[in-house]
Design a protein around this ligand. Structure first.
Ligand SMILES: [Cu+2]
Length: 126
């Protein structure tokens, strides 16, 4: 009987963790060397940097400089529908953070703050 309860508990636990992992759709960070990338400044509840250019097909470090006392992050998506994330940075307040972004194929990407969806910008990979 104890064994059955234990098995049921494990099933419940794995179902729970599966549910959690779908909720947090955070893509994994790239491994290997990263090129030094651009800096995105957040200030006065806006991205002061709304368009950045990066090298295509090369993982890079995005520097996020949040000068606000409000929490911001940079979440990068394949397009403005924000359906498919390619990199989701940690939400930070009044500090700088480095974000490891996987190699992007040539194209235009959309980014926004997950806390304030009206804070948006564009990353162009060339
Ligand atoms: Cu924000």
């Amino acid at each position: 009987m104890k064994r059955i309860l234990l098995a049921l508990g494990l099933v419940a636990l794995s179902a729970l963790s599966a549910a959690c992992s779908t909720a947090a759709a955070k893509p994994s960070a790239p491994s290997g060397p990263l090129a030094d990338g651009p800096t995105v400044v957040a200030k006065d509840m806006k991205f002061q940097t709304t368009s950045v250019e990066v090298k295509a097909d090369a993982a890079f470090t995005l520097h996020v400089d949040n000068q606000d006392s409000a929490p911001h992050n940079v979440a990068i998506f394949t397009d403005t529908s924000a359906a498919t994330a390619v990199s989701v940075g940690d939400i930070v307040t009044s500090t700088k953070a480095d974000q490891a972004v996987p190699a992007l194929k040539a194209g235009t990407y959309f980014f926004r703050c997950d806390v304030h969806h009206d804070m948006t910008g564009t990353i162009v990979a060339k």
